[in-house]
Design a protein around this ligand. Sequence first.
Ligand SMILES: CC(C)(COP(=O)(O)OP(=O)(O)OC[C@H]1O[C@@H](n2cnc3c(N)ncnc32)[C@H](O)[C@@H]1OP(=O)(O)O)[C@@H](O)C(=O)NCCC(=O)NCCS
Length: 318
Amino acid sequence: MAGAGHGLEFCLAQAADFEEVMSISTNIYGGLDYLPARYHAWLLEATRRVFLAKREGRVVALVSVSVVDDGRTAVLEGLRVAPAERGRGIAGLVQRHALGVMKSHYPSLKVRRSSRSGPLGPEVMAKYRIICHQGVLVLHFLAEELRPNLAVAIDQLKGVSGGWEDPVRLEIEEVKRVFLDPRVVEEVLPGRTITWDWSPYQPSQSNLEKLVTKGISWMADSKEDPNVLSLSAAPYEVPAGVGHLRLNIDIFGRDFPRVRGQFLAQLRGGLEPLQGPVHCLVYMDPSLWSEMHAFCTGCLGMRNEQLIDGQKLLEAEI
Ligand SMILES: CC(C)(COP(=O)(O)OP(=O)(O)OC[C@H]1O[C@@H](n2cnc3c(N)ncnc32)[C@H](O)[C@@H]1OP(=O)(O)O)[C@@H](O)C(=O)NCCC(=O)NCCS
């Protein structure tokens, strides 16, 4: 199908397009782009399509759409336009094409969801409702330097009244029970959504079936009456430099000492096998950002460079 007025052809991405997709992706998210690590796996997912816009055979734009929430929601991810082509509406064209194709294959689709960072202008607010907003802290460190600081910080917190309670790891069956509990959905999950490294899932049996296959470490402050929950998975390489790893920790809940405790526990588990530069993205309630920032830069000696300004999940009817 052609993109009117721009000489664009739309097609599905292939493994062989990888290098060209990377060539339009330079410096996205300050070198912390997840797409290089995800691209080939995305092509194999049964309920996901990756669309390209090309002109004269050259890649100009990419967007991926995955179908979640029992076929109700199309999640748009990975959106990018070649630097020289930005500012001409191509992002809108490729998204409209992709959603049109997906809707024809999945007539059950009702809404589209996508996450954005930065301030949202009135034109965005006129089209979308905000489902939730998480603060994002971007932390940089060397794994081998942080490991001893982590152990010291945890020991110090254990010595302070109310400073530390051991977070608990959830097994797969416990994950489903906890994340489908109506109180947890209502009171703990922001916008009744489980967000894992920017991908939003409504808490449903089918979504959790998918998520538990992804090698995620699931934690809670309690198995019986949880108020803070967190997710983290193995880190992946990013374009920031050779051997640079990105580690994501999504945390839900507002009790700062428990949020901090799960952050430390997830970090301790995630760092265990690592060496070298790590970029850790921590997602949490925006009200906790300043306290978390002070703790990470002050007590843990991490470097913060704020490459990403918040995570806002947007939704609109298709
Ligand atoms: C953000 C980016 C994709 C915008 O592309 P663009 O073609 O220059 O955007 P334009 O402003 O010309 O296009 C406007 C259309 O794109 C949409 N758009 C612009 N920025 C968007 C964004 N961040 N997310 C989703 N849609 C966006 C607008 O809603 C508009 O759609 P409409 O035509 O349906 O009204 C482009 O600047 C880019 O590749 N940036 C680097 C990667 C990146 O930051 N991606 C964003 C992921 S959230």
